[in-house]
Design a protein around this ligand. Sequence first.
Ligand code: PBG
Length: 331
Amino acid sequence: MEKIEYPLTQRRLRTSSLVRELTASVKLNHKSFILPLFVEEGLAAPRPVPGLGPVLVETIHSITGVVEKQLANGIAKFLLFPVPAGKQEQLKDFSFATNLVRTLKQTFSERIWIAADLCLCSYTTHGHCGVLDEEHTRLLNSPTVDVLVQYASKLAAAGVDCIAPSDMTDGRIGAIRTRLDALGFEEVTIMSYAAKFSSQFYGPFRDACHSAPQSAGLQNRKTYQHSPLNPADALASASRDEREGADILMVKPAALYTDIIASVKASTEKPVAAYHVSGEYAAIEALAEKGLVNRAAAHLEVWTALSRAGADIIISYAAGEARQWIKEMEY
Ligand code: PBG
């Protein structure tokens, strides 16, 4: 039988690590990363979170050391999740969050950029992201926005660089922007959770923030977060947030929603952030622990996918390792 030759057509560009490096169009950079930080009021010592491995809930005292360490890793942008000690009926006392922001900005000043997550799920007795009706069966839109606007103004006055509303009510971006501008906080950025899906993958986070929904009449967040079955709703919300003044549009979860990242990116000139959420992170950590994936390579592969889809900014619990891993990345 005659031997057939199959000439190389594409493989020449894969034959050495240098040529692969040369032709790689996706360039990851640790400067595009944001690290989430959990800080709990009244906590005596940093507390581990099931599934999150080295990521701890920090105390008001330990957090400055963590930030210092991350600065040494080249990470200077943070997404802050303040966890208050008690739940509130009135939703008026945001002093732990504002004191935390003030302390961090006084300590690190321009060396860090802090976005504060803006949500009520760690504050409410029922764990929902806003104000419920008396029967605890519905989330009330306007009363929730009113509280969030108050909270955002206080965070801005404390010196936060960015407000990141994650509650998913309608109209909050416009209301917050209007109030911040009226108070003279024109430079405070808004990173909107623009497409935030009702997801299984927030589990470890809810342990970290004591924020799982508890109400018998409303057991999940489906009446305010996006349905994975309705991408058009998520995209419409993202462009609505942009029109209302969002500066950065975030998509979360990330790895399961690269189609949404790509669509949002295609429809905006604003930077797009992808939040690789706690459950997505924990999934990789669990596989790595079982020896089923290489931890660094698996995170790098996800980040590459997010970047390819169009994410300009990546929010990851492993952000502190990004610089080292990217440097050592084998092309
Ligand atoms: C608060 C909020 C959540 C996350 C960020 N902000 C949880 C939720 O909506 O229940 C999830 C982040 C993560 O899982 O890493 N509403």
